[in-house]
Design a protein around this ligand. Structure first.
Ligand code: ADP
Length: 472
């Protein structure tokens, strides 16, 4: 049973939704019986919520509160979903960012565990994802430790992004969880005097995983460990690094209803997508101008500070920069300012737009992702699938999935740089632009990317192995 806070095609804010949408399908192909539990957000498409069947109505005790909890079932793309229904908590305008986030996800965690008792079959494993579900392993080992029938259930906790931790005051968590001081010791939820839902998952899950090998190593260092590196180091023997894939059926330029011209390897057809997007976004129409695309949450993590600093130099090049993103207003404002200066070279679209995202991947020649840290990153994989050459910083999953182009051996799928500096970013973009002008090199780097497999097959095999270790 997967417990998570978003999943495609129900609700999405980032890569987590892609993973929860795709991995269960790949596991089901290997014969695993998977159910996904999600909060029933107001944003879930009506076509899906219209098809749900209520299988139980229970009450969930959350400290002194007793809350309504509907459990609804629906099958989407062959996967069984259970939706936790409470409109007060989940029928809102957005998925995250409310003042009562701790209460919403504490409720979700209790609801998942209470719900199990209503199911015909208990899961062998609950696979929890990110801080929103970190309390589940904790509650299972403490409050529900002696719950009839639950003893055999094992838990896996996967870190998709260590930066978001769900840290709340001890008083608030004690109130929500109805726990005493004993739950706030150093080897429990305590996080520098507060309480951490991420740490709850890291401490109490039977196995841990994260979404690339390099990130698995990085988070054990103070530089990337977000103050939890010590906790993670202690559990390093239980930590697996398993790189994400993408759903190659969903992301398929040959079969993508959002793009102008379907293509697989034809550069000519890919360029038709470029001119179509130039027209859509009001950029000068010229298929020879290299287009650099970005589809991203606008956060510090993604290296927008480097892009901002590099902008004046970058804009001296003959390029078009297309950015689709949503997030921090400060980053948005800086990009708007750049737009005013370089109207003919930049196109911006703020907000979440799945269709436009696909058109940016399809139209761009290069995809820029200079992340300061990157647990896995799916955008570069989608770019590669759309024959768009990634330019990335060598960190986390970017390092594991983009092989630097070597002009002497002709190997490599993209362009990469190590130090997080404007200089290295500019040097690498210029290097990519230089090879773009040399057709034989460009054809090679694109073809190398096309040969790789970005699907879930091999990673699903590793998760299967991990689950086997737990239940054998
Ligand atoms: P993260 O999970 O850190 O946001 P990933 O690269 O792992 O980054 O995944 C991001 C996913 O979200 C990709 O599928 C990307 O295309 C998508 N995405 C990000 N921002 C937007 C946006 N503004 N509109 C549409 N899709 C977006």
């Amino acid at each position: 049973m997967f417990a998570a806070s978003e999943a495609m095609p129900l609700v999405k804010t980032g890569g987590l939704a892609d993973v929860i949408g795709a991995l269960p399908k790949a596991l089901a192909n290997r014969g695993v019986d998977v159910t996904v539990v999600l909060p029933k957000y107001g944003e879930i498409p009506k076509a899906i919520t219209d098809a749900v069947v209520t299988i139980a109505v229970i009450e969930v005790q959350l400290g002194w509160r007793r809350q309504y909890c509907g459990i609804q079932e629906v099958t989407v793309e062959g996967i069984r979903y259970l939706l936790i229904d409470n409109e007060f908590y989940f029928k809102r305008g957005y998925l995250y960012g409310y003042g009562d986030e701790a209460e919403r996800f504490a409720f979700f965690s209790f609801a998942v565990l209470e719900m199990l008792g209503k199911l015909e079959q208990l899961p062998d494993i609950i696979h929890c994802h990110d801080w929103q579900t970190g309390l589940i392993p904790f509650l299972l080992r403490t409050r529900y430790a002696y719950h009839p029938g639950y003893q055999h259930i094992r838990t896996v906790f996967t870190i998709h992004n260590l930066q978001y931790q769900g840290v709340y005051s001890r008083e608030l968590l004690q109130d929500l969880l109805a726990t005493g001081d004993d739950s706030f010791t150093e080897d429990s939820l305590d996080f520098y005097g507060a309480g951490s839902c991420m740490k709850a998952g890291l401490r109490f899950a039977d196995k841990l995983s994260t979404v690339s090998n390099t990130y698995a190593h990085e988070i054990q260092t103070p530089e990337y460990g977000e103050k939890l590196d010590g906790v993670i180091r202690q559990r390093s023997h239980d930590l697996w690094g398993i790189v994400n894939g993408i759903d190659t059926e969903v992301y398929d330029p040959m079969n993508d209803p959002h793009i102008a011209v379907p293509y697989r390897n034809s550069q000519a057809k890919k360029r038709q997508n470029k001119t179509a997007l130039q027209q859509e976004l009001g950029l000068p129409i010229d298929e020879t101008i290299p287009m650099i695309g970005i589809v991203s949450r606008l956060t510090g993590q993604k290296g927008f500070d480097l892009i901002g600093e590099a902008m004046p130099e970058l804009m001296k090049e003959n390029i078009q920069l297309v950015i689709l993103g949503s997030g921090e207003p400060g980053i948005e404002a800086n990009l708007r300012e750049a737009l005013l200066k370089y109207r003919n070279k930049i196109a911006l679209w703020f907000g979440f737009n799945e269709g436009l995202a696909r058109r940016v991947y399809a139209a761009s020649d290069m995809y820029l992702m200079p992340s300061r840290f990157e647990p896995c990153g799916l955008s570069q994989l989608i770019a590669l699938r759309y024959r768009t050459v990634p330019i990335v910083r060598e960190t986390g999953g970017l390092r594991d999935t983009v092989e630097p182009y070597n002009e002497y051996t002709g190997t490599g799928t993209g362009f990469t740089f190590g130090p997080a500096t404007t200089h290295d970013l500019l040097y690498t973009v210029r290097r990519a632009l230089a090879f773009y002008e040399k057709e034989e090199h460009w054809t090679r780097v694109v073809a190398n990317g096309a040969k790789k497999d970005y699907g879930w097959e091999s990673s699903a095999r590793l998760y299967y192995k991990l689950y086997r270790e737990l239940v054998s």
